[in-house]
Ligand binder design. Structure first.
Ligand SMILES: [Zn+2]
Ligand SMILES: [Zn+2]
Length: 112
């Protein structure tokens, strides 16, 4: 059984360029972008990351960032996020129908 790895597109978190391989992306970030400003290097796996807290949370679960390490890039550019269309949930308003039972008590006042 052959296990075929589907090429994931690695997207540069600084300039949004896509790369087929993680090594290519890594090289690109290191050569094109500025360490400290645009990215920080993970002390654990030497991978450029924008935010080590986020990186650690997904790649090094349980580990903590060594003290004194710059945890995130200084310049964080806004990458156009795919506009997530918020599905407007049609609220099924379960209107509770209060049936007010009116007790119509008729008092017949007998006037003597
Ligand atoms: Zn880039
Ligand atoms: Zn790492």
């Amino acid at each position: 059984m052959e296990k075929k790895y589907i090429n994931r597109n690695y997207c540069c978190f600084v300039c949004e360029q896509n790369y087929d391989q993680l090594d290519q992306l890594k090289l690109h970030i290191i050569s094109e972008h500025k360490e400290g400003d645009d990215y920080v290097i993970c002390p654990s796996c030497q991978m450029p990351a924008r935010d080590l807290l986020v990186h650690y949370r997904s790649k090094h679960i349980g580990e903590s960032i060594p003290p004194g390490t710059q945890s995130r890039a200084l310049i964080i550019r806004d990458i156009k996020k795919k506009e997530e269309k918020q599905k407007q949930r049609s609220l099924n308003s379960n209107k509770e129908i209060f049936i007010l039972k009116r007790t119509t008590a008729t008092y017949s006042l007998e006037v003597v």
